[in-house]
Design a protein around this ligand. Structure first.
Ligand code: ADP
Ligand code: LRH
Length: 463
């Protein structure tokens, strides 16, 4: 039986359970279970099916043993900002409403009537996105004022899944920072912002640093799954785990998936007026540093076009079509908020092109080229902003995540940025999650050693 650690990595488009183990200094990965994730309409809101996600995690654990692994630990990361509330009995009393739901429409503006915008940025360092937890909490309070009185615990999605595994309540630090309610300096909840919004402070547990064990499986789960496992906190924000797996910390990175998260690792936050103007964020890193980055709309745009298309087209087919659509050059501003949650992405792109007097995409290849080109132009612009804000110049951009397989975009970014582009690993997030577990369980000594292991283990491509 091969001992392994199990990383559960759930993105907005899919989840996977990956077994990882070390062999001759290399990290070996084995994808045990993959499942779809998507938003579903429930009681008038777009929600995640969190109970099903938990079932999928249990299927993954069982499957690892069917495949003759002996899992020793497990850790979960997911997308950021979404949460649930539990009552005194630790029963869930809210749905896991998805960040693209319309409950936050106009709410950021309302919250900013109670809290000074510059102060909010100075203290938290977090970007302004209409879906940040702070705005979701305020939207929930408006819709259901009583719910906060009934609630006893606030848990981000991975905190809740860890709670179901262990019975232990934690608020993991990296993901907590994405709420826009944690101070960048002292890493504690900003109780004065909570007070200004009338949100009870006692819902929140002290943010807990990742890379440590928080428990083992509950008795019930030990019986059901016929095993016991250590439960270890990775950077539970998927992007924090992904950044841990960037092979170097002297590069600009892009974690390319549903979102494109583009930035650098820093020792100290940059929350200057200029960073505020460019809407950069300073999220908490798994290794205690700062993930200084920008959210770019990302491959969500092609995911939505793919979903709307009448026939099944794979992502690699979309990329191939782009090469055959050389003459089409319309582009959009990917960060235009109309692309965040349009009822039709195709129509939103077409309208943008019409309004800006550009040829309107009609074929799958034209949509793909428009999206990929527009993203690359946005990456190039963001690289320049990063250099301006940090006062440093970077020769390389390292792309990780599922989107790193898009060679059309990789080549184009190399061409227009003039920088060296490195790509891979595609499963960076699960790798960061596994490395955190290996450090916490004493198999790896340090983050520095974990970077060496990544460099020894995976093929990195160069463009
Ligand atoms: P998330 O974790 O945010 O759900 P992933 O890291 O799984 O996202 O990346 C998903 C994206 O990767 C897809 O939207 C798609 O654009 C891209 N992708 C996946 N496989 C391929 C491929 N073979 N060729 C090109 N792009 C791909
Ligand atoms: C990427 C991600 C990103 C957040 C968004 C909500 O999966 O976690 O870092 O901004 O989802």
């Amino acid at each position: 039986m091969q001992k392994c650690n199990l990383a559960v990595d759930i993105g907005a488009s899919s989840g996977r359970v990956i077994a990882g183990y070390l062999e001759n200094g290399k990290l070996i990965l084995d994808e045990i279970h993959r499942f779809e994730n998507k938003m579903e309409e429930k009681k008038g809101h777009l929600c995640w099916n969190i109970d099903r996600l938990f079932q999928e995690i249990k299927i993954g654990i069982k499957q690892s043993m069917v495949l003759h692994y002996q899992p020793v630990s497990i850790g979960i990361d997911t997308w950021a900002v979404d949460f649930v509330l539990l009552d005194q009995e630790k029963k869930r009393i809210t749905d896991a409403v998805a960040y693209r739901d319309h409950r936050t429409d106009g709410v950021m503006e309302e919250v900013l009537q109670h809290i000074d915008k510059q102060k909010l940025y100075r203290e938290t360092g977090i970007q302004f996105q209409p879906f940040n937890t702070i705005y979701q909490l305020f939207a929930l309070k408006k819709e259901n004022p009583d719910i906060l009185n009934k609630a006893a615990h606030f848990l981000m999605v991975p905190d809740y899944l860890h709670y179901l595994l262990t019975g232990t309540i934690t608020n993991e630090y990296t993901n907590a920072t994405t709420t826009q309610l944690v101070n960048a300096k002292d890493k504690k909840w900003n109780t004065s912002f909570l007070d200004l919004l009338g949100i009870p402070n006692d819902l929140f547990a002290e943010p807990k640093e990742p890379i440590q064990q928080i428990g083992t499986l509950t008795k019930e789960l030990q019986e059901e799954l016929e095993c016991n496992l250590k439960v270890v906190l990775p950077g539970t924000h998927d992007t924090a785990s992904a950044v841990m797996a960037v092979p170097s910390n002297e590069t600009i990175y892009i974690s390319s998936g549903t979102w494109s998260l583009m930035g650098v690792e820093l020792d100290e936050p940059i929350s200057t007026p200029q960073a505020f103007n460019y809407n950069f964020t300073n999220e908490g890193g798994a290794n205690g540093n700062i993930r200084f980055l920008k959210n770019i709309m990302g491959l969500w745009m092609i995911q939505e076009v793919k979903r709307e298309w009448n026939e099944e087209i794979s992502f690699s087919e979309f990329v191939d079509m782009t090469y055959q659509t050389k003459d089409f050059s319309s582009t959009v501003d990917v960060n235009d908020q109309r692309f965040l949650r349009p009822s039709s992405m195709k129509q939103a792109i077409q309208e943008y092109c019409q309004e800006t007097d550009q040829p309107i995409p009609e074929t799958a290849g034209e949509f793909a080229k428009c999206i990929f080109d527009s993203l690359v132009y946005s990456y190039d612009q963001t690289a320049r902003e990063i250099e301006q804000l940090t006062g440093k110049s970077y020769d390389t951009i390292h792309i990780i995540g599922g989107g790193s397989k898009n060679n059309y975009m990789n080549e184009k970014l190399a061409d227009i940025s003039g920088k060296q582009i490195y790509t891979g690993p595609g499963e960076a997030t699960a790798i960061g999650n596994l490395l955190a577990q290996m450090i916490a369980t004493g198999q790896i000594k340090s983050i520095a050693e974990s970077k060496q292991i990544i460099n020894q283990s995976f093929d990195i491509q160069k463009f």
